[in-house]
Design a protein around this ligand. Structure first.
Ligand SMILES: Cc1cc2nc3c(=O)[nH]c(=O)nc-3n(C[C@H](O)[C@H](O)[C@H](O)COP(=O)(O)OP(=O)(O)OC[C@H]3O[C@@H](n4cnc5c(N)ncnc54)[C@H](O)[C@@H]3O)c2cc1C
Ligand code: FES
Length: 275
């Protein structure tokens, strides 16, 4: 079992995969734990010894019980250092933390998943749940956008998900190369290809806030109510457990009350400057 999630534990890197120029995956196994349990959308605080700790979404590694993936874009001090580590190296982890996607509430309904950039990481767990339990849901649309096609990771996963029954996968790139077989434009442009039943659709969004705000506007325009729209948010985090206040948004702590929120809970704060 997981043990005390608040205490730092040691994890060993069993594999390292370079996904794209600036993004890599470390496959981790937690020392002394035979089953590391987590829910889709949860995250770990990942500690690069002597440098610092960062929140990173947990991505399932197939059917493995004690190993999982962290897929990381190199943006600064800690992620740079993590990117240097090779198999056999050790990191600290605390977690899993945070609220997951509302999979149980969405059962029997259509799903619309909208992601941009590395915003697809927290939703891999939802898609892998669908692979095992496809008959629990109605129609599924998965929309994903990248700036350039070279940034698209997880080609095999997208191909596999596109073969699921009653499931449509739409990929787009803002500035594609001539080899790109998906659409051109932003992920919100893909909404023109949708034909949804708004009252029966649960939408799950993750990506840059500007993208999510534009998607929310389109969803509302199509008749999807806020109580059926869920977003995963990113904020600067220090403790990951509701103690330090760094991730506060209005009265909510993104680490503890989120990172997955129902839009109706946060519509007074989300996207508002200064909150
Ligand atoms: C719940 C949660 C899940 C996350 N999951 C992932 C994941 O799966 N993979 C991944 O690569 N990243 C993920 N992130 C973002 C990741 O935590 C940051 O990129 C990381 O903290 C940056 O640390 P750093 O020391 O490398 O960069 P820093 O030196 O701290 O910052 C470098 C630059 O990145 C910007 N930055 C820092 N943190 C963030 C952030 N949270 N969002 C946007 N810009 C930021 C800074 O403003 C600065 O410009 C997640 C964040 C949250 C809150
Ligand atoms: S990160 Fe400390 S309260 Fe959320």
């Amino acid at each position: 079992m997981n043990g005390d999630i608040n205490l730092p534990r040691e994890a060993v890197i069993t594999e390292r995969i370079q996904d794209s120029q600036d993004t890599f995956t470390m496959r981790l196994s937690v020392s002394g734990v035979d089953r590391f349990s987590f829910l889709p959308g949860q995250f770990n605080m990942l500690y690069l010894y002597g440098v610092g700790e960062v929140p990173i979404s947990i991505v399932p590694d197939g059917d493995s019980h004690n190993s999982f993936d962290h897929t990381i874009r190199v943006v600064g001090r800690v992620t740079n250092g993590l990117g240097e580590l090779q198999p056999g190296a050790r990191v600290g982890i605390r977690g899993p933390f945070g609220r997951s996607w509302p999979i149980d509430m969405a059962k029997g309904r259509d799903l619309l998943l909208v992601t941009g950039g590395l915003g697809n990481a927290p939703l891999v767990g939802v898609m892998e749940h669908l692979v095992k339990q496809r008959d629990e849901f109605g129609h599924v649309d998965l929309l994903h956008g990248v700036k350039q096609d070279a940034e698209l990771i997880w080609h095999d996963r997208y191909q596999k998900w596109a073969t699921l029954p009653n499931t449509r996968v739409l990929l787009t790139a803002d500035n594609p190369s001539p080899d790109w077989s998906g659409s051109q434009g932003t992920v919100v442009d893909l909404f023109s290809q949708l034909s949804i039943t708004p009252q029966n659709t649960t939408a799950m969004l993750c990506g840059p806030e500007v993208m999510m705000l534009a998607a929310i506007e389109r969803l509302r325009g199509m008749g999807v109510v806020d109580s059926n729209i869920w977003v995963s948010l990113e904020r600067n985090m220090q403790c990951g457990m509701g103690k330090c206040g760094h991730c506060q948004m209005g009265p909510k702590f993104v680490c503890k009350d989120g990172p997955v929120f129902c839009l109706s809970e946060i519509s007074g704060y989300f996207g508002k400057k200064g909150i």
